[in-house]
Design a protein around this ligand. Structure first.
Ligand SMILES: [Zn+2]
Length: 465
């Protein structure tokens, strides 16, 4: 792209009320990488993408006319790209970092759940939920992640938990889709409470819609979810017209349980319940066979790949090329490991090559997951154009102080990610036109105060279990 964006509003312009001018730098646009480019933001959306000098002149004229000068985000020749999207996250895991569990180390995925995560989430109280969310959100801003699809669990502090997270998201200024993890692992009553919390939050949001918040329905590992509970979750998603966010075939144990109890594999079970639709996110899908991949494809179900979590839990790796060959839309997430999508993408790239023993793997699959598919998924969830720098899209962008030492073009942007830039280079983060971090200074969260408080809360939490 060497000239004005094709969507350029022209000399008469719509820039008079512009509020933020970002540039100059290498702007990553759908048409290519625009050197010496800029982004003009107005009212939370992108008003114009084009040569910085042109945008700067236009906004100066506009300021002389009336509306006052736009705010400036000087990017000093860095890389200006869409904010990263994390398609699967657990904010609630933040206070578990560094915990010592005592006893024998877990030997299996199910033991990891029993000995770590189900103990952590059961011990969470309202303040822990709020602090965990803020920790994750601060990390997102630092890493240039502007949208998060979160999956929350706090069985003994369930009611109102999504409001606590939502308040933290509002404070931080990020964009997040929230849901509560429904499971029968703590009994029928707490499963019901989870369903009620999802419905309550969805209805409150429907009554008073918010630009940066979305609601969906969360479902835990399928082997902890009864037929009745699964049916009710599907019904809530359908009745409230929201999406389902399910953990599917993360470990072999999930498949074995499903075959033993239902004589069908997890994806087949979901299909029987009508849970597979264009509105569903099936997270992990590590252990899916060809028939299951065909079901995911035929129903338009989204899949979310979490490479680092899969490696950390030693559960195997998802059949990414097979899913993509069947045109399944596969996104990328971190599953609570952290909030750095550059790191997640690099891990996905290396895992594909290493696990498949094929040095051709990764180049096409990972950028598709990280950028194209995550953007499609998030845009559907929020009803805005996300993950793209183009006129009319949400003004969610990040600035990296990356001075490319070799030619930087659209075709090799992902190679620059794998071998060059990462979250260390993120200097500024903007969501809906609001600057949340400027030159590495977080503007919405006091991180020193937050970390001090979190350390105290983490110690108290660890003592409780
Ligand atoms: Zn998860």
């Amino acid at each position: 792209m060497g000239a004005e964006s094709p969507q350029d509003p022209g000399p008469s312009g719509q820039d008079e009320t512009a509020t933020l001018l970002v540039g100059p730098g290498y702007v990553v646009t759908p048409e290519g990488i625009l050197p010496e480019g800029g982004v003009l933001v107005r009212g939370g959306h992108i008003a114009r993408v084009g040569p910085y000098a042109t945008l700067s002149r236009a906004s100066t004229r506009a300021s002389e006319d009336a509306a006052g000068p736009p705010g400036l985000l000087d990017t000093r020749g860095g890389l200006i790209m869409p904010g990263q999207i994390n398609a699967h996250m657990h904010f609630y895991s933040a206070l578990a970092r560094g915990v010592s569990l005592g006893g024998e180390p877990a030997e299996s995925f199910v033991q990891i759940l029993e000995r770590l995560w189900w103990r952590i989430d059961s011990a969470l109280g309202p303040e822990d939920i709020r602090t965990s969310a803020l920790l994750g959100l601060a990390e997102c801003i630092r890493c240039g992640t502007t949208t998060v699809i979160d999956h929350h669990a706090s069985p003994h502090a369930c009611e109102g938990s999504l409001d606590l997270i939502r308040t933290a998201v509002d404070e931080a200024g990020l964009r997040a889709a929230l849901c509560y993890e429904v499971s029968d692992r703590n009994g029928r009553e707490l499963a019901r409470a989870g369903i009620v919390e999802n419905r309550r939050f969805a209805r409150a949001l429907a009554a008073e819609p918010a630009d940066r918040i979305a609601a969906h329905v969360g479902v835990h590992a399928l082997f902890t979810v009864s037929e009745e509970t699964l049916e009710q979750c599907v019904a809530v998603a359908r009745e409230e017209d929201i999406r389902l966010h399910l953990h599917v075939a993360e470990d072999r144990a999930d498949v074995e349980h499903s075959l033993e109890h239902f004589r069908e594999r997890p994806v087949e079970r979901l299909w029987r319940h009508g849970a597979l639709t264009e509105n569903a996110l099936a997270v992990h899908c590590v252990h899916v066979d060809r028939r299951e991949i065909e079901l995911l494809a035929a129903t338009g179900t989204f899949v979310v790949h979490n490479p680092e979590s899969n490696m950390n839990n030693a559960v195997g790796y998802a059949p990414i090329p097979e899913l993509l060959e069947h045109n399944v839309c596969v996104g990328l997430g971190t599953d609570g490991m952290h909030s750095d999508m550059f790191a997640a993408a690099r891990a996905a790239f290396l895992l594909q090559r290493h696990a498949r023993g094929d040095p051709r793997a990764g180049w096409a699959e990972v950028p598709a997951m990280l950028w194209t598919h995550n953007a499609r998924l998030a845009s559907r969830l929020f009803g805005h154009s996300l993950g793209v720098l183009a006129q009319g899209a949400a003004a969610d962008l990040v600035v990296l102080d990356y001075d490319p030492p070799t030619p930087l073009e659209a075709e090799n942007l992902f190679a620059h990610l794998v071998f060059g830039f990462d979250a260390r280079h993120v200097a500024s983060t903007v969501v809906a036109g609001r600057v949340l971090m400027r030159d590495r200074e977080l503007l919405t969260i006091d991180t020193a105060e937050l970390s001090a408080r979190a350390r105290e809360q983490a110690r108290a939490l660890w003592e409780r279990f």
